[in-house]
Design a protein around this ligand. Structure first.
Ligand SMILES: Cc1cc2nc3c(=O)[nH]c(=O)nc-3n(C[C@H](O)[C@H](O)[C@H](O)COP(=O)(O)OP(=O)(O)OC[C@H]3O[C@@H](n4cnc5c(N)ncnc54)[C@H](O)[C@@H]3O)c2cc1C
Ligand code: FES
Length: 347
């Protein structure tokens, strides 16, 4: 049995215990304490905190998430940190409502209900929980799907909403050579079992906030944003929403009609499709889009973004470019929520 130590979190004055063989983030989840987090793999920096006192070690993390001089100063990524004495840790970023009020992590058995191609490389995967018969999550969160017959998991954001806990949709980009991608090509069929663990993620809609919402997504980053806008529409949320979606070509755009329909349930909704490679596009029918990459289009069309709450999801280069833009525009960090779709294959 591994030794245990006590952790005190400041400035919230919450105590918990941690075993030496678990990360501080996992120990917190186990005890119902929901610290800020993103990837849970040392790649995104969402869990970055400061050690005020105690003996810790960090392992397997990206220096992009926490660089050497930060480590020397005492910054740590809690998802990759083990404690070897009692510690006091300062949380740099936390959500008071979530801290003790987050949903418990659930282990759920599901069955595949549908596997449907949306574009050349994005697939909609729908799962029906069977034990228990529903999966509770908040719009904007993600779950770990287990690769059958292995210990490996991949994280995917829910595109559906908490109102359908028995029919959970994911939008998954297939990378050539990807293990989960291969599963979608010919490894799973309707009726097969897939285990799911979650929910994880801190990019949820905050109760009581009133600022206009700007969503910026790229590729499969459509998923959590669709969940957020679907949820806002279902709950008649009165906040204005501008949804910018970046795709490479017009053929990579999908769910356009569905998004217009969702927008009808909102008071002030705009969907702006952005296409970075429009060469050869037919410019046909009702499909209209802005040319350029999504960050440049946001820079052009959202002069008031400093006074908005911003949700970002998609590939790391897109999220990094958008974070840079928001910094230049002066959007306060506590108005920005993001999930970088990092992969275990990259550091
Ligand atoms: C919080 C979070 C939420 C996520 N949500 C989603 C989601 O909703 N939808 C979704 O599709 N993905 C999402 N991801 C990414 C997902 O978890 C996988 O990493 C990704 O789908 C690749 O899995 P794979 O098993 O197919 O490929 P892997 O077997 O992990 O990788 C094999 C190869 O695929 C290629 N590859 C993998 N990822 C990338 C990349 N980002 N860029 C370029 N090449 C790559 C590389 O060639 C790599 O060597 C999320 C990740 C995180 C951390
Ligand atoms: S670096 Fe810890 S959650 Fe991403």
């Amino acid at each position: 049995m591994a030794d245990t130590h006590r952790i005190n979190f400041e400035p919230v004055d919450i105590d918990m215990e941690v075993r030496e063989d678990e990360s501080i983030l996992d120990a917190a989840f186990r005890q119902g304490i929901h610290l800020m987090h993103g990837c849970r793999e040392g790649r995104c920096s969402a869990c970055k905190s400061f050690v005020l006192d105690g003996d810790i070690q960090m392992e397997n993390y990206s220096t992009f998430a926490c660089n050497e001089s930060e480590v020397d100063e005492g910054f740590v990524l809690l998802c990759r940190t083990h404690a070897y004495s009692d510690c006091t840790i300062e949380l740099l970023n936390f959500d008071e409502d979530e801290l003790l009020g987050g949903l418990p992590i659930q282990d759920v058995t599901t069955r595949v209900v549908a596997v449907e191609s949306m574009t050349g490389d994005i697939v909609s995967l729908r799962l029906a929980p069977t034990a228990p018969e529903g999966f509770q999550f908040k719009a904007g969160q993600y779950a770990d799907l287990h690769l059958p017959g292995t210990e490996e998991t991949r994280s995917f954001s829910m595109a559906s909403t908490p109102s359908s806990p028995g029919d959970v949709e994911f939008l998954i980009k297939k990378y050539p050579g990807g293990k989960f991608a291969a599963l979608l090509d010919d490894g799973i069929s309707v009726g097969d079992e897939i285990a799911l663990t979650g929910p994880y993620g801190s990019s949820t809609l905050k109760d009581g906030h009133v600022l206009p919402v700007v969503c910026i997504g790229g590729g499969a980053g459509m998923a959590p944003i669709l969940s957020l806008v679907r949820h806002m529409s279902e709950t008649s949320n009165p906040r204005p929403v501008h949804f910018y979606y970046g795709a490479r070509t017009p053929e990579d755009l999908f769910y356009i009609d569905e998004i217009s329909e969702v927008g009808r349930g909102l008071t002030d909704f705009a969907f702006i499709a952005c296409v970075s490679d429009a060469a050869g596009a037919q410019g046909s029918g009702s499909l209209s889009f802005e040319e350029g990459n999504v960050t440049d289009v946001v820079r052009r069309l959202e002069p008031g973004i400093a006074k908005s709450e911003v949700y970002l999801c998609g590939p790391p280069p897109m999220v990094d470019a958008a974070l840079e833009l928001l910094d230049v525009c002066g959007t306060p960090k506590d108005q920005v929520f993001y999930d970088k779709f990092t992969s275990p294959a990259f550091d």
